[in-house]
Design a protein around this ligand. Structure first.
Ligand code: CAA
Length: 258
């Protein structure tokens, strides 16, 4: 197993868990952590023994944003030439389903990291926000785009322009998170959801993810056409044969991920 400095990784029941681990900096996302999270996620994505990923932080902070101290000394050409934060796009390209388990602060890049995941589960302590404007910058890992798609223009504008935060209850009402659970249950619930997904056929789960994500990239007619082609493709898999045979034979399906 690869050794990381800023994250912990483990695997269980076909789930790959990535835990952000910079507790003294409230899991601020520095470049090292960006490299490690994206590398670990890409490893899990390639691993045939993994069907779903979970990304979590600590009880106090999922992540309090990009590392302000690391960003501070840079000028325009530093961040432009190095395309600062572009590597986070690799997380959006992970093809297996990802679950964010968010407790405490999910601010700036932390909120953006959660939104890069497919399912967001929140502890009742979670706090979401895009407070970059208070630092004289704007979101840089997709926040202005994904938050707007998740919660709509009015709330996204207010959050990006004033820096006000949302608690877990409001985030659920607004559609930013799928479910709120007591903080003590968060990781257990997230792992249970991930294990459920990982227990499905992995190629089919990957197609379902790709199809839902297409809704954010294209017109309705194109999206429906894309979905239909993938639906047709599911019939080329052994798992479609197994899933439907298991239903008619009144037994649980045993997927082979082929
Ligand atoms: N970057 C670097 N260090 C951070 C950090 C960040 N984003 N957030 C917290 N820390 C550090 C603090 O500097 C502090 O370190 P020291 O003990 O060495 O001083 C430590 O974590 C604990 O933080 P606080 O003492 O501030 O803890 P608190 O409980 O009083 O406050 C907080 C918690 C409200 C989250 C506060 O830390 C805070 O406002 N953090 C910054 C939030 C923020 O602005 N995030 C957006 C960053 S910009 C961004 O993310 C750009 C983008 O789009 C990618």
């Amino acid at each position: 197993m690869t050794r990381y400095e800023t994250i912990l990784t483990e695997t269980k029941n076909r789930v790959g868990l990535i835990t952000l681990n910079r507790p003294k900096a409230l899991n601020a996302l520095n470049l090292r952590l960006m490299g490690e999270v994206t590398a670990a996620a890409a490893d899990f994505d390639r691993d045939p023994e993994i069907g779903c990923l979970v990304i979590t932080g600590s009880e106090r902070a999922f992540a309090a944003g990009a590392d302000i101290k690391e960003m501070q000394p840079n000028d325009y050409m530093d961040v432009y030439l190095s395309d600062w934060f572009a590597a986070w796009d690799r997380l959006g390209q992970i093809r297996k389903p990802t679950v964010a388990a968010v407790s405490g602060y999910a601010l700036g890049g932390g909120c953006e990291l959660a939104m890069l995941c497919d399912i967001v589960l929140a502890a009742d302590t979670a706090v979401f926000g895009q407070p970059e404007i208070k630092l004289g910058v704007i979101p840089g890992i997709g926040g202005s785009q994904r938050l707007t798609r998740a919660v709509g223009k009015a709330k996204a504008m207010e959050m990006c322009l004033t820096g006000r935060t949302m608690d877990a209850e409001e985030a659920e009402r607004a559609g930013l998170v799928s479910r709120v659970v007591p903080a003590a249950d968060l990781l257990g619930e997230a792992l249970a959801v991930a294990e459920t997904v990982a227990g499905m056929s992995t190629p089919i789960a990957m197609m379902a993810k790709e199809s839902v994500n297409r809704a954010f990239e294209t017109t309705l007619a194109e999206g429906v056409r894309f979905e239909r082609r993938l639906f047709h493709a599911t019939f080329a898999t052994a798992d479609q044969k197994e899933g439907m045979a298991a239903f008619t034979e009144k037994r649980a399906a045993t997927f082979v991920n082929r």
